[in-house]
Write a protein that binds this ligand. Sequence first.
Ligand code: SAM
Length: 340
Amino acid sequence: MTNLPIAAVPRSGMPDTFGRFASDLRVSVTDRCNLRCTYCMPAEGLPWRSKPDLLTDEEMLRIVAVFVGLGVRQVRLTGGEPLLHRSLVELVVGIAAINPRPLIAMTTNGVGLDRLAEPLARAGLDRVNVSLDTIDQQEFFTLTRRDRLADVEKGLKAAASAGLTPVKVNAVAMRGVNNHSAADVLQWCLDRDYELRFIEQMPLDAQHEWQRDVMVTAEEIRTQLSVRFTLTPLPEAARGSAPAELFLVDGGPATVGIVASVSAPFCAACDRVRLTADGQVRNCLFAKGEVDLRGPLRDGATDAELAHLIQGEMWRKARGHGIGKPDFVQPDRPMSAIGG
Ligand code: SAM
């Protein structure tokens, strides 16, 4: 793995032993989801955590404030499906009141966003990424096992009207399902002024069925898009710690991103840390361990004690995710229970 030039490494946040600083906190506000994306969950869903296992909003806000005290500057709400969290708007209000106020983002499947985009924006939500892998109704159904494409489209429109711009769209390509319609998704996003980025499928499915040789690679996506569009790579500096390789589409100004999470990992620039809905800190999607904050918090730990536990976990962050190495082990927690 190559080291980034010093100037590209963010300097605020929690340090690890490889000279990186984590300043982007992803908070999973629920492990529940209303879609059943094949690369994430089995058709029958998963046993959801019971309420006492989950952090309350008050507990979540206290932990987020401790992270902000340690240098976190962006909080991304995710899940599961964050829009299923009943008091999401109040949670955003609470995060926006933390000093210094972090940037507040959300990753969502967009179902229900038509009703919530406006209240969330008013509460303080700054940005939204909507996951949408295809704009073909049949492909959408095959991938998510639900017939909700029209709801996602409504959600995207509402996000734009609420000023949550630029609206970003995340897509995963699955071989034999939607890998041939990547250019259609890009055209659709260009027509609506949504910023699209493709992400390679990672070994984070609950079923543990991921196979490297079946995965649609970033290179394949680029080749596919290039049949219809002229893609001009933007210099790496334009990307900062963001994982997507960015391309100008047909000379710009529109861009498309392609995230080679597996084939060309961006671990050297990783500035992320995760808090699960049940109060565990994970220093990497693929971490072999995690540290519990819920227990100590409920047992009366001080903020300084919680901060100490978090910093210790960051110190254990590995150099890279290790996918493809002989000792790689897929985490027991699927993406939906970690927070994507
Ligand atoms: N439900 C929300 C959503 O759909 O955006 C938030 C949670 S979801 C786990 C977050 C993101 O993770 C989605 O964009 C989804 O496509 C992505 N994701 C889930 N499983 C994945 C996998 N195995 N590989 C790559 N991305 C995955």
